[in-house]
Design a protein. Structure first.
Length: 85
């Protein structure tokens, strides 16, 4: 299991476009990618649930990646967050 935290820098937070791209990226891996904020956690491939978390600029989110390709998946998700959010 790989975990990392990230502080959202995008002024709008996690909105439709980056949420969709993040879900699409996570689906490329067999590992399960989970995002957690304020005690709530969802699988990032569940787009509507991800957007429903109301993640805003300045929020700290925690990611957990579990599965066969967790190293590669965690690296890809972390890079995506740094480049897009």
């Amino acid at each position: 299991m790989k975990t990392f935290s990230y502080v959202i820098k995008d002024a709008v937070g996690i909105h439709a476009r980056p949420a969709g791209l993040l879900a699409k990226l996570a689906k490329e891996y067999s590992s399960t990618v989970t995002i957690e904020k304020g005690g709530k956690s969802v699988n990032v491939t569940k787009l509507m649930m991800l957007m429903g978390m109301g993640i805003k600029c300045g929020d700290t989110v925690n990611f957990t990646v579990e599965g066969e390709d967790e190293e590669a998946a965690a690296k890809a998700v972390e890079e995506f967050m740094q480049n897009n959010l």
